[in-house]
Unconditional design. Structure first.
Lengths: 200, 200
DNA sequence: CGGCGTGTTGGTCAGTTGACCAAATTTTGC
DNA sequence: GCAAAATTTGGTCAACTGACCAACACGCCG
């Protein structure tokens, strides 16, 4: 990589990272391009040179978040061949990234409405790959460990994602739980339930 | 009630309902006071007469959403005295309201960031009552039906709320599930788990 | 009937917004 | 070392924003 290209990419990174943080804190509409430029240490014109519109920034941010998610969860699940354990590893990693300093995943999940219909379709297509990977993990786990009768894997996926994604809303780094403990508990509740068998 | 007061309250209702719908669709910062006034069938000045600031509208909206939630869930759980069934009824009702035309609950859950710290504290205090009610329901259920060892009721509450609140993000009225079916399945997964006992 | 308070009108105001650009500057390939 | 390409600068522009208000209309009560 040339020196200029490296420099440009570093600026690009800083712009997206600053945008992610601001979008997370103030929302998309609540953040101005000048805010982003200032936080990224550049002038508004430079930002415009890299991204033609504000929505381009959001789209790029979300694509990066999806890539980051897929890559990390893929790597995390490679640590085991047991289908059930792989689901647990995926859940832990998903929560871990969501609660990390990488704000783009939070923006991906919660600033959905700000996209134009066209951009939303593009991101949805991209995100579909992540969901498909999750569905594969679940299907393999279900093939390996028998399910309760009537359990719907689509609902299980939405159930798990919902609980996991919501953690970003209430997690307190100074609280008594680590991201790993939370995801681990959630996995246990989801598989074994919370009641003792025969109760209720 | 006098005719004028009824008229005024109707306008108030229309303003809040219009604001809720727009905030849900475009977010708080993405919605202008003129948008709200137009959707409510009044002029910007009239809106200002009722609410001194845009944030006042959001606060009023959220307070109304909490009141609506508490009232409805309280009524729904009154239909049974079985502690476990009462949790199920609460979950179904929560999801039902979230997916109803009452957009204020959605705004309450997802436009949190837009409040100033002072307004946020006020809403948080108000919302705490709803969470306490949920915690009471869970504690009574736990006292009645023995839990698996190590189950943490705080995490169970966040688990359930997370899964339930996330439904608003993916629910499709034209899809194969009704809100009641979704909440019911979630309750089953949460209590009994998804795997057959002894599996895994 | 008549005056009063509640609510409405249609507009103003200063400040901010996203998009854009010509000129200056830096970096690259030859 | 030099011309071309890539990047940055510092600003402009029209459109929009939230807040606000003086003048006005209406229904209520005496």
């Amino acid at each position: 990589m040339t020196k200029a290209a490296a420099h440009a990419r570093a600026h690009d990174d800083r712009a997206l990272q600053a945008a992610a943080r601001l979008f997370r804190e103030q929302g998309y509409a609540g953040t101005s391009l000048r805010d982003i430029a200032r936080a990224a240490g550049m002038l508004p014109g430079s930002l415009h040179y890299r991204y033609a519109s504000k929505e381009d920034i959001l789209s790029a941010l979300m694509e990066r978040a999806i890539d980051r998610l897929i890559e990390s969860v893929l790597a995390a699940t490679a640590a085991s061949t047991d289908p059930l354990e792989r689901v647990r590893l995926a859940m832990v990693e998903h929560v871990r990234i969501l609660l990390s300093r990488e704000d783009s995943v939070y923006v991906l999940l919660y600033d959905w409405r700000s996209l134009s219909p066209a951009a939303e379709r593009a991101i949805a297509r991209h995100r579909r790959r992540y969901e498909q990977f999750a569905d594969e993990l679940l299907a393999q786990a279900a093939a390996h460990a028998p399910l309760q009768p009537g359990v719907d894997l689509f609902l299980v996926r939405q159930f798990g994602f919902g609980a996991a994604n919501w953690v970003a809303q209430w997690f307190d780094p100074k609280g008594p739980y680590t991201p790993e403990q939370i995801a681990d508990s959630f996995f246990r509740y989801l598989t074994l339930g919370t009641l003792r068998s025969g109760g209720g």
